[in-house]
Each structure stands twice: as C-alpha cells, then as structure tokens.
Design a protein around this ligand. Structure first.
Ligand code: URA
Length: 210
C-alpha cells in the first residue's frame, strides 16, 4: 500500500471518513501524458474541494520546461479561469519575470492543490496529501531541472521539511533528484515589497543553474 492508501484506510478506520475514490485514482502507467493526467484531475473527487470548485487549476506552461514553479492553491480568479497565477500575486510575479527576462512560455507553473480552498483558506493537510500524487506525476512527466517552491506549502510539501519559509528561503534543496529552491510566495511580496529582491535573487539563481 502506498502512503495515500494507508492514510485513506486510517481515516476510514478511525473517524469513519471514506474519501471518494474510483474516478480520482491515480493511473500508475509510466507513459501517462499531462493531457491524460489533466482528465483524471478533472474527474477527481479525492477530497471535498471538488464540491466547491468552478474549474480545476491543473497547471500550464512549457511541458519541456527546465524550471517548474509550484504554488499553493488556486485563488478566486484562478478557480474562475482554470489558469494558475492570473490574479494580483500572479501579475506581480509576471512583472518580476519581465525584469529578469523569464517568460511564462519557457517555464511550467503548477500548484500543490488543484482546487480552490473556499475563502482562500490555507490548504488542509489531508487536501495536500490527496493532491500530492498529481503534482508528483506532473514532475515525473515534465522532468524539470529545478523546482521553485513558492511559499511554505510548496516548500514543505516537496522538500519534506517542516521549517518555515523564512528559514528555508535561500537554501538549495532536493525533491527526489530535482533541485528545489524554496522562495517567498508572490502573495507575500504583495504585503512585503522589500522581499521582492530576495525573490528575484532566487529566480536568477535558478536561471543560472539551467
Ligand atoms: N496562489 C497560488 O499559490 N497559486 C495560484 O495559482 C494563485 C495564487
């Protein structure tokens, strides 16, 4: 049994919760494409967030990207459009991309969670866990050289560390064989503009590595 199955069994045995399985089960075939995976996520009912989503936000960009960005979860605008980082935080990130010569068409952007948590609350541990296999599969298919982890949830989810982003930021870490660079979430930069220089520095470091 893999980790997700053990957790599902645990929930069923201890609190009687049985998450919807079936349509959301992960297809373990090696050669699965992003398009096929997207279709699975569209049918996903692995956690209750499927009830409140307008669209899944699967991720988008260059499927051969060397640099992959991983955010937290869709916000309102992303839920309405199905596209990642198109709200205020995404626009701020686009502005920084432009300054350093990074283009969205060269990178891939995904999130830890594919459905919007209501009222933009933080993702719950069980939601992160249920959605993790989709992110893992995306990384397996895209095979990036570097993953930029945007904020605490992506950094902790991918590096396995429980340390806060203020501590992880500036380190070069690993997600399996892939270099993982934890940095601030663009929404944090909206509230803390002084952190934009560190964010920029992290992106430039990644660009130099590929
Ligand atoms: N914040 C995220 O983490 N992801 C998005 O797609 C939008 C906002």
């Amino acid at each position: 049994m893999n980790g997700v199955k053990v957790y599902l069994q645990f929930l069923k045995d201890t609190v009687g919760i049985e998450y919807m399985k079936g349509t959301g089960d992960i297809d373990n075939e090696e050669k699965e494409s992003l398009q096929e995976l997207r279709k699975e996520v569209e049918r996903c009912k692995r956690c209750p967030l499927f009830r409140t989503r307008t669209h899944i936000v699967f991720g988008e960009g260059n499927e051969d990207a060397e640099i992959m960005f991983v955010g937290e979860a869709p916000g309102r605008e992303e839920d309405l459009s199905g596209k990642p980082f198109i709200g205020r935080a995404g626009k701020l990130m686009d502005g920084i991309f432009e300054k350093i010569g990074l283009r969205r068409k060269d990178i891939y952007i995904a999130n830890c969670i594919k459905c919007r948590p209501p009222e933009n609350r933080n993702p719950k541990p069980e939601e992160l866990l249920m959605c993790l296999p989709y992110l893992e599969k995306q990384v397996e298919i895209i095979k990036p050289k570097i993953i930029i982890c945007l904020g605490k949830f992506a950094a902790q989810q991918l590096t396995g560390s429980a340390l806060p982003i203020s501590v992880l930021r500036g380190r070069t870490m690993k997600y399996r064989e892939v270099t993982a660079i934890p940095t601030f979430h663009p929404a944090y930069l909206l509230r803390n503009p002084h952190a934009a220089d560190s964010f920029k520095e992290d992106l430039i470091k990644a660009m130099k590595m590929v």
